[in-house]
Each structure stands twice: as structure tokens, then as C-alpha cells.
Design a binder for this molecule. Sequence first.
Ligand code: OGA
Ligand code: MN
Length: 197
Amino acid sequence: MLDQILEDIDTQGWSLASNFISDSELTSINNYFDEHKSEFVAAKVGQGQQKLRNEEIRGDYTLWLDPLIPHKTFLSVTQKLDDLQNHLNQKFFLGLKDFEYHLAYYPASYFYRRHVDAFEKGSSRIISFIMYLNSSWQDTEGGELVIYDREGKTLKKVTPAPGLMVCFLSHDFPHEVLTCQKERRSLTGWMHNRNLN
Ligand code: OGA
Ligand code: MN
């Protein structure tokens, strides 16, 4: 699986890894999700003092987790991310130092309009990763992640299938989340080329 991700990043800058999260990991993460649902906060757009809730742009709710003191529920996933980060550094000299992640859900009828994760100059976000947590997802339920190239051409429409991980170079790929027809859950994060703490 790691080899395939590295090859994809090399040749196209993005990769899909099915079953990156196992069924038992999905179950325990979803239990954690349910137990902490009331702690999620409405995600905002913009930066610093300009940060505002704008449901015309994004409608997700997020719960940030601390990767330095991972709750036991996230230990095995954190280890896989650590491993991936090390391999990305060995192969591409990306200088990745730390990653951060949050849980996210989009209630039915919500979306996230097209954006780039590393929009400001000098952003330390280098790799974006998203893992999908719903235990089932039908094509009719929407919520696809659409990845574009810089010219706006669609590169890939990704169904948020259980356990799938998507990763891509944060600076290079505009993307959006289409309207979902039921609650859509993910674990989303970024690898940075600076220390976060
Ligand atoms: C994000 C994002 C994509 C997804 O949170 O920045 O683009 O598929 N998420 O959830
Ligand atoms: Mn994004």
C-alpha cells in the first residue's frame, strides 16, 4: 500500500488508498465520534480575525485531535501516518516534520466549495490527507471529493468509501466536496514542513 501511494505521489501528485483504515479501526473511531459529537464546532472560512462561518462555502463541523498525545482510539492510525510521513521524506525530501488532524462531519445537504488547502504563500501545509469513516456509502448519497488541476479540469471524483484514504500535495490541487445526502464523516489532516508545537 505504501509503495503504491509513493508511486502515485511521484507520478501524479495524489493517491487513493482503499482500506487504509481497517473495519475495526472504523468501528472504534466511530464510537469515539459518537461519544464526542457535542464537542464538534462549526468550521469557519478565512484567516485570523476574518474567520467566519459561511455555509455558502463550507458546512462541516470539526473536532481537532492532538497527534502528540493520541487517544488510544487513534494510535494505530497515527502510526500509519507517521510511517507514511517518513517514507514521503525519504523518497521526496519534503522535510515533513509534523502532522495535525481533525474529525469532521457534514450534515446531510452540506458541502465544501472548491478551495486549495495551502492558499496563502508560504503555507507549511505540504500533504493533505482525508480518510472516510462512514460504514457504507452509495453513489446516490453524493458527497464526492472532486480533485481538479490548476486549470480547473476534473482529475478525479472520489466516492467517500469506508476506510479509503486520499492524499495529495496541498499546494497543487484545488478540490471540493459535493453536497451529501446523509451525514458524511472523515478524519482530515495535513503534514507540515515545520514543527507545530
Ligand atoms: C478539507 C477538505 C475534503 C473531504 O477539509 O479541507 O477539503 O473529502 N475535505 O472531506
Ligand atoms: Mn480541503
